[in-house]
Design a protein around this ligand. Structure first.
Ligand SMILES: Cc1cc2nc3c(=O)[nH]c(=O)nc-3n(C[C@H](O)[C@H](O)[C@H](O)COP(=O)(O)OP(=O)(O)OC[C@H]3O[C@@H](n4cnc5c(N)ncnc54)[C@H](O)[C@@H]3O)c2cc1C
Length: 388
C-alpha cells in the first residue's frame, strides 16, 4: 500500500444516499470492511431526503419488480426485526383512469404485471370508489390497485440503515467527498479525498445525481443526468386516504402527478414536469404549487381546503431509458456502478443494497443474472420504462 494511503477497506462507497446506506449495511453484515464517503454532513442529504417515500413493486420492468418486491419486504418488516419505526404503511398504489387512453395503458401493463406475479387488479369505477372514496367520480373509468405496495419515511429509513450499518462495523465519513479514483493498470486501488487516499479492492459509485462526475474520474461517461422535480406536504389531517393515487394523464407542464397520506396524517405530493427540467437547481419555484393544486383538486375535490405547509425540489438521477445502471465496469476492474435510479431510488435501495452485496461477495443467484442484464451499463438504452 502506498504510504499516503490512510487505511485499507474491502469496499468504499461514494455516496450515503438511498443506495449507499443500505448497501453499506448489507456489505458490513456480510463481513466486509466498509467505508462510506459523502460530501454532505449526514446520511441521506442528497436526493433521498427529497423523495416522498412511495414504495411500489408495480413497475413494467422485471428487474425493478424483483428488487422492489424485496425492498417492500425489508421496509414492511423493519420495525419488527430491527426496532425502528420508519413509518411504513402498506397502503397500496392506485393508478386512476379518467380517459380511455389511460385505461388502455394500465390494462395492457396489468397483463405483464400479473404475469410477473404482482398482486394488482383493475377495479371499475364503483369498486374503485370503495377503495378510494375521495376520488372525483365524474368521468372516472376505474383504475388499478395494488394493495401490497406502500410508503414510509425516507429520512427515518435511511437513518435506520445508517445506525445498523455502523453497528455492523461500517465507517461513514461526512463532509468528505470523493475527489479522485486511484487506478493502476486498469484496476481500482482506492479513492482520493481532501484528507488523503484510502485503499480499497472495490469502489461503488452510488453518488446519485452526481454519479457522472465519479464515472469521469475513471474516464467513464455514464449517461446520468439531474432532472428537477418538486414536491410538497400539507398540514396533518385525520386518516382518509389509503393508497398512493397516481394520475398518468398529461396536463399543462406536467406528465403525471401523485399523492398519498403519510402515517402521520399529511398529504405528500409530487409532479413530473413536462418537458423535463435538467440541471442541479434545487430552489423551489412559484409554478409548482398552483400547477399541482389544480390537478389534485380535480382528482380529489375534498383536498381544496387543506393547507400546504412546505414545498421543496430535488433531483432524479435520470438515464436515457428510465432504468437504473448497475454493473461492474469493464474498463476499470473493481469499480461497481449503482447509478441512475431515476424516480425510484428510495424504493430500490434495500433490494439493491442486497444485490450489490451479492455482487461483491460473489454469491449471485440466477435471478440476479437476469436483473443485471436488464440494468447493464453496456445495454443500448433504447425504449422507455412505461411507469418511470
Ligand atoms: C421530489 C422527489 C420525489 C421523489 N419521490 C420518490 C419516491 O416516492 N420513491 C422513490 O423510490 N424515489 C423517489 N424519488 C427519487 C429518489 O429520491 C432517488 O431516486 C434516490 O434518492 C437516488 O438514490 P441515490 O442513492 O442514487 O442518490 P442520493 O440519495 O442522492 O445519494 C447520493 C449521495 O452521493 C453523495 N455524493 C455526491 N457526490 C459525491 C462525491 N463526489 N463523493 C461522495 N459522495 C458524493 C451525495 O451527497 C448524496 O448523499 C424522488 C425524488 C424527488 C426529487
Amino acid at each position: 500500500m502506498p504510504e499516503k494511503m490512510i487505511s485499507h477497506y474491502d469496499v468504499i462507497i461514494a455516496g450515503s444516499g438511498s443506495i449507499g446506506a443500505p448497501a453499506a449495511f448489507y456489505l458490513a453484515q456480510a463481513g466486509c470492511k466498509v467505508l462510506v464517503l459523502d460530501g454532505a454532513p449526514s446520511v441521506g442529504q442528497g436526493s433521498n431526503k427529497r423523495a416522498i417515500g412511495g414504495v411500489r413493486a408495480t413497475h413494467s420492468d422485471p428487474a425493478k419488480i424483483r428488487l422492489c418486491l424485496r425492498s417492500i419486504e425489508i421496509f414492511r418488516t423493519w420495525q419488527e426485526i430491527y426496532g425502528e419505526d420508519i413509518e411504513w404503511i402498506t397502503g397500496g398504489y392506485n393508478f386512476v383512469a379518467y380517459r380511455p387512453e389511460e385505461e388502455q395503458t394500465l390494462k395492457t401493463l396489468l397483463v405483464k404485471q400479473k404475469s410477473l406475479g404482482l398482486n394488482i387488479d383493475w377495479y371499475a369505477k364503483d369498486d374503485l370508489l370503495k377503495i378510494v372514496p375521495g376520488l372525483n367520480p365524474a368521468n372516472l373509468l376505474g383504475g388499478t390497485y395494488s394493495p401490497e405496495d406502500g410508503n414510509c419515511s425516507p429520512l427515518l429509513a435511511l437513518h435506520a440503515f445508517y445506525v445498523h450499518a455502523c453497528q455492523a462495523g461500517a465507517a461513514f465519513h461526512y463532509n468528505e467527498p470523493v475527489t479522485g479514483l486511484v487506478i493502476q493498470s486498469g484496476k481500482i486501488k482506492g479513492v482520493q479525498t481532501a484528507h488523503g487516499e484510502y485503499a480499497a479492492d472495490v469502489v461503488i459509485n452510488a453518488a446519485g445525481a452526481w454519479a457522472r462526475s465519479i464515472g469521469l474520474m475513471a474516464g467513464l461517461d455514464l449517461p446520468v443526468n439531474p432532472d428537477c422535480h418538486e414536491a410538497g406536504i400539507t398540514e396533518s389531517v385525520a386518516q382518509f386516504l389509503g393508497p398512493m393515487v397516481v394520475d398518468i394523464r398529461p396536463g399543462p407542464g406536467s406528465a403525471n402527478f401523485y399523492f398519498y397520506q403519510h402515517k402521520t396524517g399529511q398529504i405528500i405530493f409530487c409532479i413530473t414536469p413536462s418537458p423535463s427540467i435538467w440541471g442541479f437547481d434545487v430552489d423551489e419555484t412559484s409554478i409548482f404549487l398552483p400547477q399541482i393544486a389544480r390537478r389534485m383538486i380535480a382528482v380529489m375535490p375534498k383536498l381544496q381546503t387543506i393547507r400546504v405547509r412546505r414545498t421543496w425540489r430535488g433531483l432524479y438521477p435520470m438515464t436515457p431509458d428510465g432504468t437504473p445502471i448497475v454493473g461492474w465496469s469493464k474498463e476499470v476492474e473493481g469499480l461497481l456502478n449503482a447509478v441512475g435510479m431515476c424516480g425510484q431510488g428510495f424504493m430500490l435501495g434495500p433490494g439493491m443494497g442486497e444485490l450489490l452485496t451479492r455482487m461483491v461477495v460473489k454469491q449471485l443467484t440466477p435471478e440476479d443474472g437476469e436483473v443485471l442484464e436488464i440494468l447493464s451499463p453496456y445495454r443500448e438504452f433504447k425504449g422507455q420504462e412505461k411507469l418511470k
